[in-house]
Each structure stands twice: as structure tokens, then as C-alpha cells.
Design a protein around this ligand. Structure first.
Ligand code: SF4
Length: 332
């Protein structure tokens, strides 16, 4: 149970022990002498609660996008469970059942342009989603599409235009419209505003918040940008090298971060005041390879506080407070 705005809430989606290991091409594997895998996601567990935004943050290559894609089975999981409406999504074999799940759980990508058919008008593209899910007759579908266009801040005029006629911000509105048109419960956003100018970013973020309130939607919001995550999220999961290293409420993560990796991410967020100087925690080296992750705590090669034990033992989660956990030997 989790309290959102003072109301007790039970999970709408439960992710348990999610692993996604990509097999390497044989030529690369042979360098290591045996079959090897890139461990993109390694034993990740978290819950999504109805009506909340769960922010998943970490630097590029940490496995956050793979986590989102795997939940929707756009890429198949290696191991784990994803329980939605008492059903494990990863065990579904029937195409129709999976289609039904995808109707309820939609995904919006960084640049939806790549997934918009350039030869079709926006109205047709949106209607296509309704046809796939057998929603309404032609007249009803047109009505739904027009309502959704209006909801995301586009107009009837845009119904007849082609994707290349839109700006980046408008394309993101189309991506959102395409997700909304089938009336989902959950939307997974993968870096939805990273490619946009700052002024457009705030417009889209405000739109997402408004629509979430109106439709009582649950968001999984994936981003590398701590400022955006802070603004958007009720709860936050911080990922490093395929693992969830810290999880807590927005308040826990941004005002009492306990994992050194979370602290380093926060130290890099600019403060909008010339009178306040923040001490930046500079990490040593680059993100290690997920093919051969470091032993013990996978962050030990870059952690400013690493001790001998950190190289030897994988840290268990420690509960810092209710709902706030961190995988660090030094957390308390
Ligand atoms: Fe740093 Fe050790 Fe904590 Fe890992 S377990 S984050 S290496 S102090």
C-alpha cells in the first residue's frame, strides 16, 4: 500500500525481478572465449500505483529505456514478472491478449516522428489505432480523433496534415494523442521531452500533468534529466548499470538522497541562483560495460566512498524510511 495525496493506493502494475540480457554476436562473444550477454536490466523490481508518476532516472545506457520496452514486450524479457490486473504480462502467449494489454498500456517515444507513417495524414494515423483495437464505426472514430486532437492542444486543421508538417513539440502532442486515443490506464514515456527546446519542454510537461489529472492516468516517466524527473514524479527510481540503486518519494530522492550515485546526479543539477554554489561530485571514469559489470557493488569503480567490502559483496536494499530504499553498504 502507498499513499498518494493522502489516499491509500494499491499497485496497478508490479514489476518483479526483471532481467533483460542481450546475447552478444558470436564474433564479440568469441573475444571473451564463451557466450556472453550484455546485462541491460538486472533484477529490477518496483510497483506503479494508480494515478502516480513514477520517474525512472539514470545516465544513458543504464537500462531504463530497456526496462520500459520490456514491460510492454517490445523486447522479450529474460526473466521476471510484470503483474497487471492479476496477470503476468510476460507469460501471455496469445496475440489477442497481448494486444488487449497494449491497449491499456501505451508508450510514447522520444521522437514519435520515426513511428509515424509519413504517407498518412495525422487523422488517419490516429484512426488506425482505433481500427486495430476494433473501436467504433467510421463516424465515431473520427469524432474520437477530433476530441483527442483538441485535448492535446491540436485542432481540426491538423487532422488533415502530414507528420512532416509539424514541429518537434507538435509531433510529441501527436505521439501523446496516439497513446490516448485507445483510452489506456498506463502510459510509459521514454525521454518524451529530451529532444525539445526548454520552452516547449515546459508546455509538454504541463500538458502531460493536466491530462494525467483529467484521465486519472498512471505514468512511468523515463528520463536522464533530474530536473524534469523532479518536476514530474511522485516517486523516483534511480538506475545504475541495469540495477535500481535507490527508490523513494520525490521528497526522499531530492531532499535526502542516500546512495552516492543519486547524490552525484543531483550535484550536477544547476541551481538557478548566482549566489548559491553547489559542490559538484565528479565521478571517476566512464559507465562500466554491462557485458562485464564490476563485482560486488557495480558502482564501486566510480564511488568516492567505496570500501573493501564494496568490491566483494553485492549490497542488499536497506530501508532508510518507509518507501525509501537504497542498495549501498553504507546506507542507514
Ligand atoms: Fe559506494 Fe560501496 Fe555504497 Fe556501492 S556499496 S555505493 S561502492 S559505498
Amino acid at each position: 500500500m502507498y499513499k498518494l495525496n493522502g489516499v491509500e493506493n494499491s499497485p496497478i502494475l508490479e514489476i518483479r525481478g526483471l532481467k533483460k540480457h542481450f546475447p552478444l554476436r558470436r564474433s564479440i562473444s568469441s573475444i571473451f572465449g564463451k557466450k556472453h550477454f550484455a546485462q541491460a536490466v538486472n533484477d529490477v523490481s518496483f510497483n506503479l500505483y494508480k494515478g502516480e508518476t513514477y520517474g525512472l532516472v539514470g545516465e544513458s545506457g543504464c537500462g531504463k529505456s530497456t526496462t520500459g520496452r520490456t514491460i510492454l514486450r517490445l523486447t522479450e524479457p529474460t526473466e521476471g514478472e510484470a503483474i497487471f490486473r492479476e496477470k503476468d504480462i510476460f507469460k501471455i502467449k496469445s496475440g489477442n491478449e497481448l494486444k488487449e494489454i497494449r491497449k491499456k498500456m501505451q508508450m510514447v517515444f522520444q521522437d514519435p516522428y520515426n513511428s509515424l507513417n509519413p504517407r498518412k495524414r495525422v487523422g488517419q494515423i490516429l484512426e488506425e489505432s482505433l481500427i486495430i483495437h476494433s473501436i467504433g464505426d467510421k463516424k465515431h472514430r473520427a469524432q474520437i480523433v477530433l476530441e483527442i486532437l483538441e485535448k492535446v492542444g491540436l485542432s481540426v486543421d491538423h487532422y488533415y496534415r502530414y507528420p512532416h508538417e509539424f514541429s518537434g513539440g507538435q509531433r510529441q502532442r501527436i505521439g501523446l494523442a496516439r497513446a490516448l486515443v485507445v483510452n489506456p490506464n498506463i502510459i510509459i514515456f521514454d525521454e518524451p521531452v529530451s529532444a525539445l527546446d526548454v520552452s516547449i519542454q515546459s508546455q509538454i510537461i504541463n500538458l502531460l500533468n493536466k491530462i494525467q489529472m483529467e484521465e486519472n492516468l498512471t505514468y512511468l516517466f523515463i528520463s536522464h534529466d533530474m530536473s524534469v524527473i523532479k518536476y514530474m514524479s511522485d516517486r523516483v527510481g534511480v538506475m545504475y548499470l541495469g540495477k535500481l540503486v535507490e527508490e523513494g518519494t520525490n521528497e526522499d530522492i531530492f531532499h535526502n538522497p542516500v546512495h552516492p550515485y543519486t547524490q552525484s546526479l543531483l550535484s550536477a543539477v544547476p541551481v538557478p541562483s548566482p549566489h548559491f554554489k553547489k559542490e559538484r561530485i565528479i565521478l571517476k571514469g566512464d559507465l562500466p560495460s554491462p557485458i562485464n559489470p564490476p563485482s560486488g557493488c557495480s558502482f564501486h569503480t566510480r564511488c568516492p566512498y567505496a570500501k573493501d567490502i564494496c568490491q566483494e559483496a553485492v549490497p542488499e536494499y536497506k530501508w532508510v524510511s518507509k518507501g525509501h530504499r537504497a542498495a549501498c553498504h553504507l546506507a542507514n
